[in-house]
Design a protein around this ligand. Structure first.
Ligand code: ATP
Length: 306
């Protein structure tokens, strides 16, 4: 397979369960070394999409290619080049991390040394001979990631890998995923939380009721959404600058603070005026939050593509 071919390709993919349309008309590519998040609320279709990519289920319509092959066609080759961390992965608590990972290594035809190298890589080598029953949630999750990385997969799919992790452990996990993608592995993770993805993934695919409603970098999605920017000014005395146009809905917050919101294209002109006005003692700029961005795309009727 050529390096410039996408590792995973979806064209008009749909999956129905009876009356439920779990995935509808999904089309996107995941190139080599991409680090992409699938974002959506419960039931949006994230897990179903991953299972389709893994070949665990067949699409009701559309075309799916993983490393150039149909993942559900039974060709084990393509499937073996994928790693998967299922949602809420559980391991036998009576076994040690090393026993579990060596067992999975055997299943994948990998040597025990490969399991040990991965335990080292995910920072579990010191706990390798301890029973999993005594592991923290973060340690179990890292063991899950190590399991997904056995056999040096070309792509890893991680279903909500950060749920329940504290911020430090989560950061460690994202660092590991960034490093993996930097080494050429395609990384796809699902998440409920857009806000934790800032600076951590290069692209997000937002899903709603089985449909892809947005696909792009967070910067691209912000540009597309054209959400208003909030400005907070600290004014000296009772001054009310005449450039505070009523259509920006300026209002006093108390303590000399005034808040207004303006469309992104008006932002620079407004900042220049504020900076040049001696009545403005201080200024804070608040870009739209990721929650606002998320809500915008969930409400958008026709969907948006980059
Ligand atoms: N095996 C199944 N049989 C019937 N319906 C299913 C099946 N699997 C998923 N669904 C339905 O398909 C829709 C999408 O589910 P999916 O698990 O893909 O969502 P999700 O985005 O992963 O949600 P969550 O964040 O809760 O994990 C839901 O309405 C779900 O109930």
């Amino acid at each position: 397979m050529k390096a410039d071919l996408p590792v995973i390709e979806l064209e008009g993919v749909a999956k129905r369960y009876g009356a439920v349309e779990a995935v509808r008309d999904a089309s996107f590519d995941l190139p080599q070394g991409a680090c992409v998040a699938l974002v959506g609320h419960n039931g949006a279709g994230k897990t179903t999409l991953m299972k389709l990519m893994l070949g665990l289920i067949r699409p009701s319509a559309g075309r799916l290619r993983v490393l150039g092959e149909d993942p559900a066609a039974g060709a084990a080759q393509a499937r073996r080049r994928l790693g998967w961390l299922p949602e809420s992965v559980t391991f036998n608590p009576a076994l040690t991390g090393q026993e579990v990972l060596r067992f999975f290594a055997r299943l994948k035809g990998e040597p025990a040394a490969a399991a040990d190298a991965l335990l080292e890589r995910v920072g579990l080598i010191e706990a390798a001979r301890r029973r999993i029953g005594g592991y923290s949630k973060g340690m179990r999750q890292r063991l899950g990631v190590a399991q997904a990385l056995l056999g040096s997969p070309r792509a890893v799919l991680l279903d909500e890998p950060t749920t329940g992790l504290d911020p430090e452990v989560r950061q460690g996990l994202y660092d590991m995923l960034t490093e993996l993608a930097g080494g050429g592995t395609t990384v796809l993770l699902s998440s409920h939380a857009l806000e934790e993805l800032e600076g951590r993934v290069e692209r997000v695919v937002i899903m709603d009721h089985g449909r892809v409603v947005a696909d792009g970098s967070l910067a691209e999605l912000r540009r597309l959404a054209r959400l208003p920017v909030r400005l907070r000014l600290a004014l000296v005395g009772d001054a009310w600058p005449d450039w505070l146009r009523p259509d920006f809905a300026p209002h006093r917050l108390g303590n000399g603070l005034v808040e207004l919101s303006c469309p992104p294209e008006a932002k620079m002109a407004l900042l220049r005026q504020a900076a040049a006005d001696p009545h403005v003692a201080d200024l804070d700029l608040e870009p739209p939050t990721l929650d606002e961005l998320y809500v915008h795309f969930l409400r958008s009727r026709d969907g948006v593509a980059p």
